[in-house]
Write a protein that binds this ligand. Structure first.
Ligand SMILES: [Zn+2]
Length: 234
């Protein structure tokens, strides 16, 4: 009996969603699923095309980034996932993509401003862009440091892993997470859509203003208040 089957299945299903949602091409991107009680997560193997993946091939890694089980090499971003799981016990799934619009904002080193109610339905905050790493971090354990780049940015903005479930890594690309893999995949797709809408908003009106507080609050609470649809769903 394989005790990791449930997270391998969740990670596999999540990975297959990425090309279907148009969030990745080729082998870009990776999804992982954690079991905090076992202290491990399952992640996509490195360099394997999505169509060739199988659930059994999802590599099992601990929260220090050490491979526990699996014949293939885990995704090159594994250590970033490990740092996030180790520091955020609420996270059950993580998604990393290079989806076009979100990556364009990351490359522009800009937070995605909250311009409208679609954004406010998911978060009241601008989606943060973590500043690029310093050279010391880049030359060090790069993927490990990417995890701290994310955590440091959240700390700087005074946000917890549950207050915001999406972030841009400056010069790189987006990461999204959630209580479950399904929620993390949902967040990754939503972030791409919000990035696209914000980009178009600035094209149409470079002076566009952020959503006003009252509307922001109204929309967020409508979706996230007690008994709301999203509470039931996730
Ligand atoms: Zn990447």
């Amino acid at each position: 009996m394989n005790k990791y089957k449930h997270i391998q299945r969740a990670a596999y299903d999540g990975n297959l969603q990425l090309p279907k949602l148009g969030l990745v091409i080729f082998t870009f991107g990776n999804v992982s699923a954690a079991d905090h009680e076992l202290g491990v997560f399952a992640i996509k193997p490195s360099g394997v095309p999505y169509e060739d993946l199988s659930a059994e091939e999802m590599v099992i890694v601990d929260f220090d980034g050490k491979k526990i089980e699996g014949s293939l090499r885990p995704s090159s971003d594994t250590k970033t996932h490990a740092v996030l799981y180790k520091n955020c016990p609420e996270i059950g799934g993580i998604v990393h993509t290079h989806s076009t619009y979100a990556t364009a904002w990351a490359q522009s080193l800009r937070d995605i401003p909250n311009y409208g109610t679609t954004h406010a339905d998911h978060t009241v905050y601008d989606i943060p862009c973590a500043p690029p790493m310093n050279d010391e971090m880049i030359e060090g354990d790069y993927e490990h440091e990417t995890g701290f780049q994310i955590l440091n940015c959240l700390k700087e903005k005074n946000l917890s892993c549950t207050e915001i479930e999406m972030i841009l890594v400056g010069n790189h690309a987006p990461f999204a997470w959630g209580k479950t893999v399904a929620k993390a995949v949902y967040n990754a797709a939503v972030m791409e859509e919000l990035a696209k809408m914000a980009f178009l908003t600035e094209q149409i009106n470079p002076e566009a203003a952020r959503l006003k507080q009252s509307l922001m609050k109204k929309h967020y609470e409508r979706k996230h208040g007690e008994g709301s649809f999203s509470k039931m769903l996730w």
